[in-house]
Design a protein around this ligand. Structure first.
Ligand SMILES: Cc1cc2nc3c(=O)[nH]c(=O)nc-3n(C[C@H](O)[C@H](O)[C@H](O)COP(=O)(O)OP(=O)(O)OC[C@H]3O[C@@H](n4cnc5c(N)ncnc54)[C@H](O)[C@@H]3O)c2cc1C
Length: 394
């Protein structure tokens, strides 16, 4: 996302841009609904995308369920859950095929005062005035210019799933569709909402229900979950088909104990739940000579903030302007401030899920506040994130 945003905007400003993507083929939809808010609309507007009602699934508000299925609290919070696939395809169409290169994995780079040279695993070498590292949480560009900045495991993972809404009963659908659902649970919480189905299909009856259950997991438990049916350990993320069925069985049992019946039903009907270990990245710099880091490569906030795409889009939009005006230093200080604030907000929201640090009263107080249903409801992927970002602290 960050790379395409930046590429589209730099080209519009007259730069020659090439994008190098590790994936060997076009990226497919990740089945992720992207929660929208005003700053996301603004960033898209700058890139020439008008987010329209038909580009997502509408959620009228929030419902927080107790394990017995009763409602702990509700609120109105109209939000469009747009689709990653729509945005990706729109941006991709704006960028010419001949300058978008699939199957290029960056391995190393060198730079002088005037030029940067990138080397790829297929043996290709390319030179340019700038190299923009938009390569995500485990950025290879960051590993080259700032190897000390590493992704940090947050102490929990998410079980995630997508279930065809046609598999859910009318009674379950009535409780789950049209709203963003939350369910506090032991050492974590679950959230869920309706998203576009296969091929970004938005027709009722053809969508997916998307859920994620964040659960505390120490290093041993994480390792156990990331060890596949083949006995191998996959620290960078386990391929979905290799997740061990006995772990999925435990997940379904835990759901039956801790979650509302309508959510249990969604999990029970999910053919293949998968795992996402939660990592965060916090950079002390974003510009290293002629190399800049943007999006998740520079700062990955925990998913509770729901800001990853708009942060990537804003980093890219503002960097394109700064490169053209020669104000990259000012861009860096503004975006560092935003990145630190986003990571800190994610830490506040997720601190109660991770293993508490012994005798840390401030963490305990924060945890007590943030596990409250009304805080979860108002602040998770909020539609007005600036209210919670506390930018003035940075
Ligand atoms: C399930 C899910 C739900 C989400 N929901 C939301 C939401 O509601 N709201 C929101 O704002 N955000 C959400 N996010 C987060 C959001 O998707 C990310 O923050 C956003 O995609 C970051 O964009 P990026 O371009 O910085 O990084 P990425 O999207 O990770 O892109 C990095 C790209 O770099 C490529 N790459 C990596 N290494 C190399 C290399 N060495 N050489 C060449 N290419 C390389 C990768 O293949 C990838 O295409 C969600 C994420 C997930 C997984």
């Amino acid at each position: 996302m960050a790379g395409l945003f930046c590429g589209v905007l730099l080209r519009a400003a007259g730069w020659e841009v090439e994008i190098f993507e590790r994936a060997g083929e076009e990226l497919a939809s990740r089945g992720a609904g992207i929660a929208t808010h005003q700053s996301l609309y603004d960033a898209f507007h700058a890139a020439g995308i008008q987010l329209r009602p038909e580009m997502g699934v509408h959620s009228q508000g929030r419902r927080v369920f107790a394990p017995d299925g009763s409602l702990l609290c509700t609120c109105e919070m109209p939000q469009l859950m747009t689709s990653w696939g729509f945005i990706y395809r729109f941006l991709r169409q704006q960028f010419p095929d001949g300058t978008y290169h699939n199957g290029y994995t960056l391995e190393s780079l060198t730079q002088t005062d005037t030029q940067v040279e990138a080397r790829f695993s297929n043996g290709e070498v390319r030179r340019g005035d700038w190299l923009i590292g938009a390569d995500g949480t485990r950025s290879s560009v960051r590993a080259c210019v700032a190897p000390a900045i590493e992704a940090r495991y947050c102490g929990y993972f998410g079980w995630r799933g997508l279930v065809d809404e046609a598999r859910l009963s009318p009674a379950v659908l009535q409780q789950l569709s049209g709203h963003f659902a939350l369910n506090p649970a032991d050492h974590g919480h679950l959230l869920g909402y309706m998203v576009a189905g296969p091929d970004d299909d938005l027709r009722p009856g053809h969508r997916w229900y998307n859920w994620g259950w964040y659960r505390r997991a120490d290093a041993a438990s994480l390792r156990e979950h990331l060890t596949g049916t083949d006995g191998q350990y996959y620290p960078q993320g386990i391929p979905h088909p290799l997740i061990r069925p006995e772990l999925v069985a435990v997940l379904r049992e835990q759901a039956a104990r801790e979650l509302a019946p309508c959510i249990q039903a969604a999990i029970a009907e999910t053919p293949r739940p998968f795992l996402q270990a939660i990592y965060e990245v916090e950079s002390s710099r974003m510009v290293f000579g002629r190399v800049a880091l943007i999006g998740d490569a520079a700062f990955t906030a925990r998913p509770h903030v729901g800001l990853g795409v708009s942060k990537a889009a804003e980093d890219a939009t503002l960097l394109a302007t700064a490169l053209t005006r020669g104000t990259v230093g000012q861009w860096e200080s503004e975006r560092l401030r935003f990145g630190h604030a986003a990571v800190a907000w994610g830490q506040r929201l997720g601190s109660y899920i991770e293993t508490p640090r012994a005798e840390d009263p401030s963490q305990r107080a924060e945890a007590v506040r943030n596990r409250r249903p009304e805080v979860l409801m108002a602040e998770t992927a909020a539609h007005e994130p600036t209210r919670y970002l506390q930018l003035d602290r940075y």
